[in-house]
Design a protein around this ligand. Structure first.
Ligand SMILES: [Zn+2]
Length: 213
């Protein structure tokens, strides 16, 4: 699904399997955000093929956090695809996975602050709570925020997984809720489009969920 020029969302709508939404930034460089589970990557490949893109053409893969339903498919990407994630999250998830699952080594780490990839400028925002090194990625040019599992449409990320923290999740939501956002690109479920709708979504989340955090 095309969101705006140069930005596509591959929304995961199969309710019997857990996988995340994947986003493609299609420009001079092709950037894939949260490629998902490896065994479900065919879904992304099919969505890319519909845009006449093969997964070999992905230049950079970025994950918002280290859970397998966001990160695992990085393993199946072309060797030439650069992989990036937050360093704190990489340490945390590598320790947690131990010998059961080898977390791929990033080509570069992303930390809070500006991030330039080719022609695109992003802002990385540290948003712990769902996991210790979760990040949101803001694309000012499109006023788009890739939230990972921090917030969803009318909902919030789990805090009961290892390293989860309700107080931190709340602070992270506060941190992003005042931003100028036209597209809230959530890690699961439907996206939220429109400034007013995004604002309304944060209000609903605060009114309903903050009492539980
Ligand atoms: Zn997660």
């Amino acid at each position: 699904m095309k969101i705006v020029d140069g930005l596509h969302a591959f929304i995961w709508r199969v309710h019997t399997q857990n996988n995340c939404n994947t986003y493609l930034i299609d420009g001079e460089l092709k950037i894939l955000i949260d490629p998902g589970h490896r065994h479900l990557f065919a879904y992304v490949e099919k969505s890319l093929a519909a845009l006449n893109i093969s997964h070999d053409q992905i230049d950079v893969a970025i994950v918002t956090h280290g859970h397998p339903d966001h990160l695992e498919a990085v393993q199946g990407l072309n060797k030439a695809t650069m992989f990036a994630m937050n360093d704190q999250e990489h340490r945390f998830i590598s320790e947690l996975a131990g010998e059961y699952f080898k977390i791929p080594e990033p080509h570069f780490f992303i930390k809070e602050g500006d991030l330039t990839i080719g022609e695109h400028r992003f802002e990385v925002i540290a948003t712990p709570g769902h996991s210790p090194g979760s990040i949101c990625l803001y694309w000012p040019e499109k006023k788009a925020l890739f939230t990972g599992d921090l917030v969803f449409r009318e909902s919030i990320g789990r805090t009961d997984l290892p390293g989860g923290n309700g107080g931190m999740l709340k602070e992270s939501i506060e941190k992003i809720s005042g931003m100028d956002i036209d597209y809230l690109l959530c890690g699961h479920g439907e996206i939220v489009a429109g400034k007013k709708e995004v604002k309304g979504n944060f209000e609903k989340i605060k009114n309903y969920w903050f009492d539980y955090l």
